[in-house]
Write a protein that binds this ligand. Structure first.
Ligand code: ATP
Length: 708
């Protein structure tokens, strides 16, 4: 089951200083679906028109802690109370509200443990609420035949190292190890179990553990969890079944026996080390020695006095686990600005989540997971710890926490895709029930003996009935025939049961012999134990190193991938720029050609002009001379000509000869019409123009002192 919870916008998010990044990009469209706005999606996701996702439940920005608990977690807690393993885990990018939702953030640290926990503050998260519900339900149960035992443990996975958060800091630290039983169940060794009686006890232990947990400030979260944490509650319910002194109840040793398949306790049950206040996994109580039934001597006795046996008590133990997993947030080291230890933590966090993603991917695809010879649980300690919750015997709720702002849209899409894959995983649920004595050879031997006797008894009574001379079978009343038939059926069932038990007994016997043999090697094992422990520690250390190296490699790969992407973008941009440059070069070449053309036209016109001006100088020598002197006094170049409404000036220095082309602001007479038509240059015209410009102080911009 997957629920998505949106975190309200963080107005004080230091990484989102640009208001565009605070724009909402995700919206809930119903109670179980949401969309991510495509315009705001990053380049890689921009292919589809709209990204819509469907989950079991979507909690909008204004959702309350109580609502999330009541709708999504409460049913799971009920399952836990009825004997099933359950897991709630929060997943999402850093600062998306995982700890807030789970109740492992500062908000939950503030709960007063003296409170009755009945009127919880709205900000209190899932774990304290579950503690309250569990204890309230158990205290209301009034069944004297059942003994309950609650215990909790708190495990932290920090940099691939497993730490018991509830261990006494003054005691020597026992390394927590993950072991797999022959039945394929995962057990956590060395983790301390604390027996609790009230919700306050549980919350106090939660708070104690949280105080020990690794949190640090990053650029994205003032109190960022730098580790994954699993708070586990174990409920052991031992139900006694007393069989009254009744007629032979063949094939039914206890009322629940038919529904209880003998099996060893399942996964997720931490194996305890028996130190301090550790509680042990309940070892089945030694069953009472079976009572031998009386052998009847006569049929009449069988009928008149049904075979009775003394009351017999059996104990069925149900063990269920409830894991609350607060994962550290996935993060981009660049955005969290993590360096040094923070960066190392970030790498370990991301690698664990990456391995979790791989496992989820495989499990979510039934065809692939069937084909795959194994699921890579061993790739990280996180996946190994959660092996049962992910693909085993557990009902699991994933709460995917997301931010809705545009600045986080790529992480949000990643989380949603991760969650969608997780939703496709189907686990098989079994109640973890064990009848006392199922792993006890003596008990099983006793059972077989008893059943054999009962079988003999039934057989002999049948023979007696059939062979009785006084009452031939043909003369038996119908009810007796039916009774006989039912006895025969019971007899067959009993025989079958007998065969099964004998086989099992043989197996147990073999196992016992093997264990006796190994007991012969006990001395050797005792001597070798420290070496084995040392060896295991070394293997564990090496495994951690390998996982860290793997994490570093995967981080480097991610960086290389990002850089390759950047490089591709830069190359694309360079190519675009190159193309633009080519176009500009073309344009420039065109302009050059046009300039050349103009120049040659100007050259031609200059030549014409020179010819014309020499004839003018001859005709108007005084005017020309006075104009030249006035121009010289003003330090102005001589305009060469006027044509088509354009004045062309020649620079003083012939080597830096430049042209300035300027539109007439006014024609010689100042009329626009003249201006539009253009005017011909004459010394009179220039004289007038000079006078005018001197008076208007417009001379300066019209003359090219600088080349332009
Ligand atoms: N639904 C919510 N309502 C109000 N405040 C919230 C909500 N979700 C998160 N916050 C606030 O946002 C901040 C960050 O949340 P939180 O620490 O739970 O993030 P996180 O996902 O656990 O981050 P990290 O992975 O870095 O530990 C906290 O101050 C928390 O109080």
């Amino acid at each position: 089951m997957v629920a998505v919870r949106m975190r309200p916008d963080a107005v004080d998010d230091p990484t989102q200083t640009v208001s565009r990044f605070l724009r909402p990009a995700v919206a809930a469209i119903s109670s179980n679906s949401l969309v991510v706005e495509p315009s705001m999606a990053p380049a890689g996701f921009r292919d589809a028109k709209q990204h819509s996702f469907t989950f079991d439940r979507v909690y909008d920005l204004d959702s309350k802690q109580e609502e999330v608990y009541r709708e999504s977690v409460d049913p799971l807690v009920q399952r836990f109370l009825s004997g099933y393993n359950t897991t709630v885990f929060a997943y999402g990018q850093t600062s998306s509200g995982k700890s807030y939702s789970m109740g492992t953030s500062e908000e939950s640290e503030c709960i007063s443990i003296d409170d009755s926990l009945s009127n919880l503050d709205e900000r209190v998260g899932i774990i304290p609420r579950a503690a309250q519900q569990i204890c309230a339900t158990l205290s209301q149960l009034d069944d004297e035949a059942v003994d309950y035992k609650l215990s909790v443990s708190f495990l932290e996975l920090y940099n691939e190292e497993m730490i018991d958060l509830l261990a006494d800091p003054e005691e020597e630290r026992i390394p927590v190890q993950i072991r797999e039983t022959r039945a394929g169940d995962i057990v956590w060794m060395g983790l301390r179990q604390h027996t609790v009686c009230t919700a306050q006890d549980m919350v106090r232990l939660l708070q104690d553990g949280m105080a020990m947990r690794q949190t640090h400030e990053t650029d994205m979260n003032a109190a960022s969890s730098r580790s994954h944490a699993i708070f586990s509650v174990t409920l052991t319910q031992s139900r006694r079944h007393v069989q009254e002194a009744t007629p032979l109840n063949l094939g039914r040793a206890s009322p629940e026996k038919s529904s209880v398949f003998p099996r060893t306790p399942r996964s997720g049950i931490p194996t305890l080390t028996g130190r301090g206040q550790h509680s042990r996994n309940p070892s089945p109580t030694r069953p009472q020695t079976p009572t031998r039934p009386q052998t009847p001597t006569r049929l009449a006795r069988v009928r008149a006095t049904p075979v009775r046996r003394a009351p017999e008590e059996t104990t069925v133990t149900t063990t269920s686990k409830l894991h609350f997993v607060d994962l550290a947030g996935s993060e981009r080291l660049k955005r969290t600005a993590a360096v040094g230890d923070r960066a190392k933590e970030g790498i370990a966090i991301n690698s664990g989540l990456h391995a979790l993603g791989n496992v989820i991917s495989l499990l979510s695809n039934p065809i692939r997971s069937k084909k795959a010879s194994y699921i890579p649980y061993r790739d990280s300690k996180l996946t190994r710890l959660l092996q049962d919750s992910l693909g085993g015997n557990s009902q699991t709720l994933m709460i995917a926490c997301v931010s809705t702002t545009e600045g986080n849209v790529s992480e949000t899409l990643n989380t949603l895709q991760y969650a969608q894959r997780a939703r496709r995983i189907c686990n098989t649920l079994e109640r973890n029930q064990v009848e006392a004595g199922w792993d006890n050879v003596e008990y099983l031997q006793g059972q077989v003996l008893r059943l054999r006797k009962e079988l003999e008894l039934v057989r002999s009574s049948n023979e007696l009935v059939i062979a009785s001379p006084q009452k031939p079978s043909a003369m038996l009343p119908t009810e007796h025939e039916q009774e006989l038939l039912s006895w025969q059926e019971k007899c067959t069932a009993l025989s079958r049961k007998n065969v099964e038990l004998t086989t099992e007994l043989l197996q147990r016997e073999q196992e016992r012999q093997q264990s006796q043999q190994s007991a012969g090697n006990h001395d050797f094992l005792a001597a070798a134990e420290p070496v084995i422990m040392e060896y295991e520690k070394t293997v564990d250390g090496l495994e951690s190193q390998i996982n860290m190296l793997k994490a570093a490699v995967s981080y480097s790969e991610q960086v290389i991938h990002e850089q390759t992407e950047n490089m591709k973008q830069v190359t694309d941009r360079a190519e675009t720029a190159e193309r633009q440059l080519d176009t500009l070069r073309e344009t420039l070449r065109d302009l050059h050609e046009r300039l050349e053309e103009r120049n040659s036209r100007i050259e031609g016109l200059e030549a014409q002009f020179r010819r014309g001006s020499s004839s003018h100088a001859t005709s108007y020598p005084n005017t020309t001379a006075s104009l030249a002197s006035r121009r010289a006094s003003l330090g102005i170049d001589t305009p060469q000509r006027s044509f088509g409404g354009i004045l062309v000036y020649k620079g003083r220095n012939p080597s830096q000869r430049t042209y300035r082309v300027a539109l007439h602001s006014r024609g010689p007479s100042g009329s626009d019409a003249e201006n539009a038509e253009g005017s011909r240059y004459t010394p009179e015209y220039e004289k007038k123009a000079l006078d005018r410009r001197q008076s208007d102080s417009l001379v300066q911009p019209m003359y090219p002192h600088n080349s332009s």
